[in-house]
Design a protein around this ligand. Structure first.
Ligand SMILES: Cc1cc2nc3c(=O)[nH]c(=O)nc-3n(C[C@H](O)[C@H](O)[C@H](O)COP(=O)(O)OP(=O)(O)OC[C@H]3O[C@@H](n4cnc5c(N)ncnc54)[C@H](O)[C@@H]3O)c2cc1C
Length: 394
């Protein structure tokens, strides 16, 4: 259930292995609501085996605007550092692969609930766009509905509360001269006056197109400015306020830092954002969602065909261990760091701290910056830096 990167790639993997799969998605068309900015590092594109058609742009440089309104630049001398994917095309490509491999893809169909029918089968209730209710039986059901966790539901762990961020992004059409200013690089804009408790970005897409967005963590302890006001501020500072807006989209990103979400319940198994694989430091989760699909594909291929009741707790432990190995200790450290950094970025003191960090980063190469932001390699900056990174010292 859910044809995002997690559901789409799991369905594709299973179909490739000859399993009969049905991919169910509530969107009528997979190019609607392409909410994700979809920046990913080079190594992951090769690892995921993605075709050129889902790539919108390459980047080989970083450009960061600090709270003091000074831009800093890092360029790789050895070529591309990563890609910006076309999120809509990525979802379409995955679904098309499932179809070609003999699977079914049901669009415009919402999963409502699922229950165990017998030891060996599940029954899932679905609603079509026209309001018709249908039920399907299957050996397994997968909740790949992202942060909404539509089937698995919320897990309430007071010691590991859900941390949510909300983002909005516009796809802009710009002239060649303006596009060149942002092409080939990922640009991020920081500062409590610009985007309190979050950050803004400008990413290149196909020639003449840019994605511009803002994202901030939700903080119920204080009133926060509207995303649209932040977006207008960002467009002003980037000189893009006159650009034609081709599409507006946005979404929520929600994770428990220790990933205490329930992963398995009987023959229902969750993955991707539904088990908190989205990382809050860089607001990214496509590659982690796809990594969870690899793990779940292996688990399901071992389990398929068994007719006895599933021992959820044993499978859950096995799955968690595999995910922990896959994501590594740095993943949760970076989540903690993201929560601390973005929630705390709402004062002149926090701005000064961030500015000091940006100054420190000036000595790094573009590759080192990528290793920090995508591979969470904090130790390159010395273990002494960790308490500062985690905000334990100011
Ligand atoms: C503004 C924003 C910018 C982002 N930028 C980046 C980025 O640059 N790089 C990056 O890696 N990540 C980014 N992310 C995060 C990334 O998009 C997610 O981590 C990723 O999409 C998670 O994949 P998923 O398949 O688990 O969930 P999703 O992509 O959310 O897919 C879930 C699917 O399930 C469908 N669905 C939901 N409920 C039902 C239901 N009841 N029945 C049927 N279908 C249902 C949804 O329509 C959706 O298609 C961003 C997120 C946001 C919000």
């Amino acid at each position: 259930m859910g044809a995002g990167p997690a559901g789409g790639s799991l369905a594709r993997r299973l179909a490739l292995a000859g399993v009969s799969v049905t991919l169910v998605e509530r969107l009528v068309s997979l190019d609607h609501a392409a909410f994700s900015s979809a920046a990913i590092p080079l190594a992951d594109v090769s690892r995921m085996n993605l075709p050129a058609e889902v790539i919108a742009a390459r980047w080989n440089a970083w450009q960061l605007l600090g709270p003091s309104r000074q831009w800093r630049h890092w360029s790789s001398r050895s070529g591309s550092l990563g890609f910006v994917l076309d999120f809509g095309l990525l979802r379409q490509w995955l679904a098309e692969q499932v179809r070609r491999l003999g699977g079914d893809v049901l669009l415009g169909v919402t999963a409502l609930r699922t229950h165990q029918q017998s030891d060996a089968s599940m029954c899932t209730s679905l609603r079509t766009r026209s309001g018709e209710l249908i039920e399907i039986s299957s050996e397994w059901v997968v909740d790949a509905t992202g942060q909404s966790r539509a089937l698995m539901g919320e897990t309430d762990h007071p010691s590991d509360p859900m941390v949510a961020g909300v983002g909005l992004e516009w796809l802009l059409k710009v002239g060649e001269a303006q596009w060149q200013l942002w092409a080939g690089r990922l640009s991020f804009l920081f500062g409590s006056e610009l985007v309190p408790q979050g950050y803004g970005w400008v990413f290149p897409m196909q020639p003449g197109h840019l994605k511009v967005g803002v994202c901030r963590l939700c903080d119920s302890r204080q009133s926060q400015p509207s995303l649209i006001s932040l977006q207008r501020r960002l467009l002003g500072i980037s000189g893009l306020e006159q650009a034609e807006v081709l599409d507006r989209h946005g979404g929520l990103i929600r994770s428990c830092i220790s990933r205490s979400d329930r992963h398995v319940r009987g023959r229902l198994i969750a993955l991707g954002d539904a088990i908190s694989t989205a990382n809050l430091l860089g607001g990214e989760g496509i590659r982690h969602a796809m990594a969870s699909a690899e793990v779940v594909a292996d688990l399901l291929l071992e389990q398929l065909g068994t007719t006895t009741a599933v021992l959820s707790d044993g499978l859950e432990t096995h799955y968690r261990k595999a995910m922990n190995r896959r994501l590594g200790w740095r993943w949760s450290l970076s989540g903690r760091l993201g929560r601390r950094t973005w929630l705390g970025l709402n004062s002149a003191h926090a701005d000064r701290r961030l500015e000091r960090w940006l100054t420190l980063l000036e000595k790094s190469s573009a590759e080192e910056l990528s290793a920090l932001l995508f591979d969470y390699r904090f130790e390159r900056f010395g273990l002494k830096a960790l308490p500062y990174l985690l905000g334990l010292r100011g």
